[in-house]
Design a protein around this ligand. Structure first.
Ligand SMILES: NC(=O)C1=CN([C@@H]2O[C@H](COP(=O)(O)OP(=O)(O)OC[C@H]3O[C@@H](n4cnc5c(N)ncnc54)[C@H](OP(=O)(O)O)[C@@H]3O)[C@@H](O)[C@H]2O)C=CC1
Ligand SMILES: O=C(O)[C@@H]1CCC=N1
Length: 268
């Protein structure tokens, strides 16, 4: 039995706990730490997973998953330092933080794997990218990959690509939610009841996502198949081009990448 402790069970930490439970792990295989007792009690009531102190998490867990905000990392590293060694495995989900930060602050030889997941892990559809630090072996990567594979898909990338991954798939779900929200607003503008607009757009998003995942067709081909000559879609596409939506997405994702780099630099 591999025991996994999530240090900081906020949005992504909770998503990981929920996804791992849904993926078949038992509550006994999971632990979490939280700094507010009310939040801890709420999570235990919801999932049956025990909230513990960091000391106990380090003693009982095979994998320590750090899921605090990057801004909160220093006290966590200070707490962990006396509790971990080369037989521990630390997994960081934190945007921007390089494995070298952990390697500097923790005792020599502690293996660290950097991961960028995303929130669809609550429904078993995460996209996670893993990168080993200098003390992490292929076995460590395999263990982390196996853990994440129960909550979605996993790729291994060089750590130098993690800031780009963070901007693309880490934040990615937020861009799709934003688009859906804007499209529902468009339905309201056109006079549809909100509930109808929501159903139309959400099912269209689900259908489009399934086509992308299952047909192996390029998005351009799928879009062209919707865009009838002198039809409705091309009028909409002209407006999207006129308003620079493609350029806005490129700039937005570049800005997210830059913020990830900045978050890492704050701890140099
Ligand atoms: N949300 C997302 O979609 C994704 C987030 N991430 C990464 O995951 C990390 C967490 O993000 P997110 O879940 O959004 O943030 P949250 O603020 O929701 O979660 C962090 C949690 O950790 C708690 N915490 C902070 N310090 C400690 C500590 N010393 N001991 C125990 N618990 C602590 C926080 O408590 P408090 O409420 O008091 O701050 C909070 O509950 C970030 O580093 C982020 O970059 C990665 C991929 C996707
Ligand atoms: O917004 C953030 O910083 C985190 C990292 C990726 C997704 N959410």
């Amino acid at each position: 039995m591999t025991v996994i402790a999530v240090l900081g069970a906020g949005k992504i930490g909770e998503a990981l706990l929920a996804g791992l439970l849904q993926g078949g792990r038992s509550a006994e295989e999971l632990l979490f730490t939280e700094r507010h007792p009310e939040r801890s009690a709420e999570l235990t009531a919801r999932y049956g997973v025990a909230g513990v102190e960091v000391t106990e998490a380090a003693k009982r867990a095979d994998v320590l998953v750090v899921a605090v905000k990057p801004q909160d990392i220093e006290p966590v590293l200070a707490e962990l330092a006396p509790l971990v060694g080369p037989n521990s495995l630390v997994v960081s989900l934190c945007a921007g933080l390089p494995t070298s930060l952990y390697e500097r602050r923790l005792p020599d030889g502690v293996p660290v794997v950097r991961v960028m997941p995303n929130t669809p892990m609550v429904v078993g559809e995460a996209m996670s990218a893993v990168s080993p630090g200098k003390h992490a072996t292929a076995d460590h990567v395999a263990l982390v990959t196996e853990m994440l594979a129960t909550v979605g898909q996993v790729v291994e990338v060089p750590e130098a690509q993690q800031d780009a991954v963070t901007a693309l798939s880490g934040s990615g779900p937020a861009y799709f939610f934003y688009l859906v929200e804007a499209m529902i607003d468009a339905g309201i503008l056109l006079g549809l009841p909100r509930a109808v607009a929501e159903k139309l757009i959400i099912q269209s998003a689900v259908g489009a996502a399934k086509m992308l995942a299952e047909t192996n067709e390029h998005p351009v081909i799928l879009r062209e198949a919707v865009t009838s000559p002198a039809g409705t879609t091309i009028n909409a596409i002209r407006e999207l081009e006129k308003h620079g939506v493609r350029a806005a997405l490129l700039a937005a994702i570049e800005a997210a990448r830059d913020r990830s780099v900045e978050l890492g630099k704050a701890h140099e």
